[in-house]
Design a protein around this ligand. Sequence first.
Ligand code: KIV
Length: 257
Amino acid sequence: MNTTTQTIRALKGKRPLVSLTAYDFTTARLASQAGVDLILVGDSLGTTVLGYETTVPVTLEMMLHHTAAVTRARPEGLVVTDIPFPEAHRDPGELLDACSRCLQEAGAQAVKIEGGVGVAERISRLIAAGIPVLGHVGLLPQRIHELGGYRKFGKTAEERETLLADALAVEQAGAFAIVAEMVDADCARDLRDALKVPLIGIGAGPHCDGQVLVSHDLLGLTAGKTPSFVKRYADIGQAIGDAFKQYADDVRNRKFP
Ligand code: KIV
């Protein structure tokens, strides 16, 4: 049976939860074969696959298109679609329509919404309508123009308080799990302890209930620098480049076909 939000919740305290991003059929199939618990169709789609500098230009239509490719792989893991900027801040009825499309048209099982106290009310409305929500606190890439760059959150007492309030608000709104991005490791441990639902870290240290990584980063496919917290498990970019070069040489030298 496919993973449900209940399965994800129940993992807290049992074993670390494994999550990866995927934006296409092939990656979703491979992630499923590897036993990934949660497949996130992140709006990192914009920077990894579509060549944008930030996630801000990503639209709902793009998310639907890529989520549908992922769900066609029928992965075992729970498929979650990221709600792109600025959908979460539109009229609540429009947000409900956007999230419904992710489930009805693209086959996602849940949506992810960036933000804390400011989006908690909207999250509870979605959950009341039967749309499971994954929260996202800490660094919010959709607000990158406001933040001015990537950095760690939760290093000061004030930021720790804000993060705790955000995470608790999202949990109380009914989120089944929460992503913590670029959060100080000690702060992430406090958040994990304060929450009943799993805290899934990215650049948030080892004390979270699970980890998520952008698949392009761990595969060595990212153009430019990868974040320092990423462990590179393969160099697929190099392997593809070498194969393309060999093919080009073979054609030019009449060795292929
Ligand atoms: O878009 C994304 O890939 C994400 C992860 C960084 C959690 O939100």
